[in-house]
Design a protein around this ligand. Structure first.
Ligand code: LUZ
Ligand code: MOS
Length: 752
């Protein structure tokens, strides 16, 4: 089935936030962000700005009627700066004007006197100075201290892992307007409508039921709108509330890049110990998460790093600690993978360095240590339906890794200034919010008397195709065509207390809630049909919009059945609730069963490096991936392609640059390069692993959003291997992103 949005998207008819027609009298907002990364605000002078025609109001923190606080997990983030600023771009004031242009012009006329303090941008430095956002956490399995003596090889090293700009096509924004009696409606480009509703209620000092948040779809999010949309929506709502007028806020790209947090850069140190036969016996790592100036989602992201710090491997003795370091960068936040990519890069680095030191093949260490059934993770859960080894073996066979190796070696012998390399990345990603309470969802389903069906859930459509999957679930359960099903906007008045659409779990959680609601309706309709046919409801089924009795056509259509039910005063609406069973986590012991299931896969990436220029081309991405029983392989393969390219971008070309004063240098698309179609790999081939899927995955179709991002890690090591082919002195480096500039330096580095 095609993505139900495909026609709308290619004809430009799909509605995004900015396509919502402005009401008469709509005002526009622009934000004054701090010019410096750290300092004291001595004075703010708005006189010149206010003199400008069509400027309506300038809002400071003193205008906030409720709490000046937007911290979602920890209360450490003001909506508008009070007396200090902690990152460049930190919102200080909101200008409201008749037009967007005037609002931005007025922003430039506001004068702020600062006393500038020195900034900290490096997490290791922050850690040394005792600047932590919250206490560190440690996960342990076995006993590393007692194991080192048994290791034949012990290798140590460190990693520097870069962050990543989300670069959603649609920037942050919101449109807020008063309805009546203090009730405010807000359209927000958010993954978390309830987070937006809650934040606005808090900032305005209102109960949540005075605020309705509605989301049709987003032009991309990638985690950047899980939490950070809330502040911007609160600014639009605050202005609307104070002025009793509709207010629109759309961040220009430049503001968005300066003001919003990104994927966390991490620094880290590792120590890995192996036996003579290449079994990893012990692994220790200390990771320093660059949290930025406020906690945001960092506590949850830190947790996912801990969960995934051993990658797809079973390591009987493990000790991992992650510190969340407070720096003068925008608060870093959720980004596809949510801390897992950084953890996995660290373990892959440790394995690569061990292979280099012992002088064996990386894939031999990888394959020897892959998770097997019932292996215990450092968080207590056991691997079930562990497909790690199967995926790895299949990749080797299906894509003939021996011939890839031979071809690359031959190429490298025959080409002096062009070198190829490849690397393999096995994947194991846990599905569920690591915060157990977030794993719940509701779906409101109405069957109208003409037989058409309306569905509302908490799922946000952000281009990933969740609405298409939801329509398929309703269609599969009710036995009707997908064109009978309309997936409506996500709205806090229809579906309340929503978890954000995140953690790859949007389709699982909302799809299961929908399945439950649709099943309840189906059972009611079966009773009605049984009454009409004077038979047992057990003999009734619905298929192709026809009522079947014992599998044979009964002559009753779906339409007729629905109308009859309505005339018999049977309720044709249902609210389904789903809470993932089985999962729990005990933070006092750091043990539990946090994930409903794991997604497995293995990817190979090959690359060609131009050894004169330092540039490179990603050639092929070859994957075996465990989709379970995919209900929409077209959408899932699309997610593989997008995630892989984004993952490659993260490890290769996307370089966030801050100066030592914490000012963002890579603040536009000309200085922050993201993959385009020319950079994208020549081929991305993905073979689905044949499995039965998992019962906790929606219709046994496994979660897809984040896991394939991490295949991109292979691009980094592929390039390292190509550099090694050119420069025999090269010692592996673990410093992402591996930009062409770094490649060039490493190609010609003499000694380490
Ligand atoms: N968001 C969140 C996430 O709040 N908790 C998670 O565990 C998570 N995992 C991945 C992506 N977003
Ligand atoms: Mo996310 S990183 O919002 O699943």
């Amino acid at each position: 089935m095609k993505n139900i949005d495909s026609i709308g998207h290619v004809t430009g008819k799909s509605i995004y936030l900015d396509d919502i027609p402005n009401q008469q009298g709509t005002l526009h907002a622009a934000i004054l962000g701090s010019a410096i990364a750290h300092g004291k605000i001595k004075n703010i002078n708005v006189d010149e700005a206010l003199k400008l025609n069509d400027v309506v109001k300038i809002i400071l923190y003193t205008d906030i009627p409720g709490d000046n606080q937007i911290g979602g997990i920890i209360e450490d983030e003001p909506l508008l700066a009070e007396n200090e600023v902690h990152y460049q771009g930190q919102p200080i004031a909101i200008v409201i004007a008749e037009t967007e242009r005037i609002a931005h012009k007025a922003v430039k006329l506001i004068k702020v006197d600062f006393e500038e303090f020195s900034a900290v941008v490096d997490p290791r430095e922050a850690k040394q100075k005792g600047l932590l956002l919250f206490p560190p956490r440690t996960f342990k399995l076995g006993n590393t201290d007692e194991t080192w003596k048994d290791c034949a090889h012990i290798v140590e090293g460190s990693v520097e892992i870069g962050g990543q700009e989300h670069m959603y096509i649609e920037t942050q924004g919101a449109y807020a307007y008063p309805i009546e009696n203090g009730y405010i409606k807000v359209h927000s480009s958010t993954q978390g409508p309830t987070a937006v509703q809650k934040t606005i209620a808090r900032v305005l000092g209102l109960p949540m039921h005075q605020i309705e948040v509605d989301v049709v779809r987003l032009g991309g999010a990638f985690g950047g709108k899980e939490d950070q949309a809330s502040g911007f929506a609160a600014m639009a709502a605050l202005a609307s509330y104070l002025l009793n007028k509709p207010v629109k806020l759309t961040l220009p790209r430049h503001d968005d890049m300066r003001m919003t947090g990104k994927r966390h850069p991490y620094s880290g140190d590792f120590k890995i110990g192996l036996s003579t036969d290449l079994k990893i016996l012990a692994f220790e790592t200390d990771l320093y998460q660059n949290g930025g100036a406020a906690s945001d989602l960092s506590p949850a992201i830190l947790e996912r790093t801990l969960f995934h710090s051993t990658g797809s491997y079973y390591i009987p003795n493990t000790r991992v600690t992650v510190y969340s370091c407070k720096t003068n960068l925008p608060p870093n936040t959720a980004f596809r993978g949510f801390g897992a990519p950084q953890g996995m890069f660290a373990i892959e680095s440790a394995i690569a360095k061990a292979a280099e030191t012992i002088n064996v093949k990386v894939i031999d260490i990888q394959q020897k240590n892959l998770l097997a059934e019932n292996d215990e993770f450092q968080y207590g859960q056991k691997a079930e339906n562990a497909n790690a080894q199967e995926c790895f073996q299949l990749v080797k066979e299906k894509f003939n890794i021996e011939s890839i190796t031979k071809e690359i070696n031959l190429f490298n012998q025959n080409n002096r200034y062009t070198k190829k390399g490849y690397a393999v990345m096995p994947l194991c990603f846990g599905i569920s919010f690591t915060n157990t309470s977030m794993n719940q969802a509701r779906a409101l389903v109405h069957i109208y008397q003409d037989g058409s069906v309306s569905v509302s859930t908490a799922a946000i459509e952000m281009g990933q195709g969740v609405n298409t999957k939801l329509a398929q679930v309703a269609s599969m359960v009710l036995g009707i065509d997908t064109n009978k099903v309309k997936i409506h906007s996500t709205n806090t008045s229809r579906v309340a207390n929503t978890s954000p659409t995140a953690a790859s779990s949007g389709a699982d959680l909302n799809g299961n809630a929908l399945r439950i609601a649709a099943n309840a309706l189906l059972n009611r309709l079966k009773e009605v049909a049984a009454g009409m046919l004077k038979c047992d409801a057990k003999s009734i089924s619905i298929n192709n919009e026809e009522v079947l009795q014992n599998g044979k056509p009964s002559g009753i259509s779906w339409k007729k059945l629905v109308l009859t039910a309505h005339l018999q005063r049977v309720c044709l609406s249902e609210n389904g609730h789903y809470a993932t069973p089985v999962i729990y986590f005990d933070k006092t012991k750091e043990k539990g069963h946090p994930f409903a299931y794991h997604v497995y896969g293995t990817g190979i990436i090959t690359t060609t490096v131009d050894c004169i220029r330092g540039t490179y081309k990603i050639d092929d991405v070859l994957i075996v991936h465990d989709f379970g029983k995919s209900i929409n392989l077209t959408i899932d393969q699309g997610q593989i392609e997008g995630a892989v390219v984004q993952g490659i971008g993260w490890t290769t070309m996307e370089e966030l640059a801050f100066d030592k004063n914490g000012r963002l240098l890579s603040n536009s698309l000309s200085t922050y390069k993201v993959p385009d179609i020319h950079f994208a790999p020549n081929t991305i081939k993905c073979i689905p692993l044949e499995t039965e899927g998992h019962e906790l995955a929606v219709m046994r179709s496994k979660a897809i959003g984040e896991p394939p991002f991490m295949y991109g890690i292979a691009a980094y090591f592929a390039i390292q291997n190509a550099i090694k082919a050119y420069n025999p002195n090269h010692k592996l480096k673990f410093d992402t992103p591996i930009t062409p500039e770094k490649v060039l330096l490493q190609l010609y580095e003499k000694e380490d």
